[in-house]
Design a protein around this ligand. Sequence first.
Ligand code: AVJ
Length: 321
Amino acid sequence: PMDQELLAPPAAQEAATRGFAADMARALTVHPRSISPKYFYDARGSQLFDAICELPEYYPTRTELAILRRHAPEIAAQMGPRAEIVEFGAGSCVKVGLLLDAMEQPARYLPIDISGEHLAASAAELRGRYPALDVQPVVADYTQRLLLPALLPGAGRRVGFFPGSTIGNFTPAEALHFLQVAGQVLRGGALLLGADLVKDPAVLHAAYNDAQGVTAAFNLNLLARSNRELGTDFALEQFAHSAFYNAPLQRIEMHLVSRCRQQVTLDGQAHAFDEGETLHTENSYKFTVDGLRALAERAGFRAGPVWTDPQRMFSLHWLQA
Ligand code: AVJ
């Protein structure tokens, strides 16, 4: 039955483009304008995100990796023998590799991703590195629905892995809903969740306004992708990257600000932008350790150990489903 989840690449591609077109049409029609950050990640956007993760100002990736490296044995002990890992989003194989290396006989690895291509690439890499590991990729949008194969006979716990503070892209209501759905498919197991922490706004600001302009290029690539895939005519040089910390809402907001009065055409329909009008492209919520634990408990988890770095920049949570 899971094979039905794996759409043929051309069909999947067309479906993805239709979804992007519908969401872009909506984004251009509503006020204030906003679009999901999931559209950042075409091939170019994924490349730019990888470059962001290497930036001196962008601390989350290297901090989470350091926490994983340092506490992998303890985390693996929580997992127990023959656990299987369900990763929400097929990220870099580096993070899950740290877990797999520390685990006692991992039973299976199930990466879930909307991009079949991305998924196939990371599955191939993991199979190469762990020939004995059962790798079963699942093409799905984990924000929409979650259908997972049954636990293997003889397997231990099912452990969800949601690193990178991707949960910060959800509104609090969406985060609660995601955690409820994840809790259902992980029942009896646990979720290992990475969450970026509230900190000095100057540090947050720098992380999304890097000196080399990689984050700006990442943000603007959304418009370039729209031009490539949807045939819009966004004039990229007429939009400015804007990222700031909204302290009362505990989130970084990214926008693309129209530098002038202009219009953009999608499917023959013109949409006017006033000077200074923005397209809101991303929220990145920051958490307190207690706030995140409370949210997880509201979703039905039992909050367990939390691992952080010495400067308390980032947190990894063990949440029992
Ligand atoms: C993928 C959501 C963790 O919010 O930090 C990085 C994406 N956006 N720089 C984040 C991102 C701009 C990232 N997450």
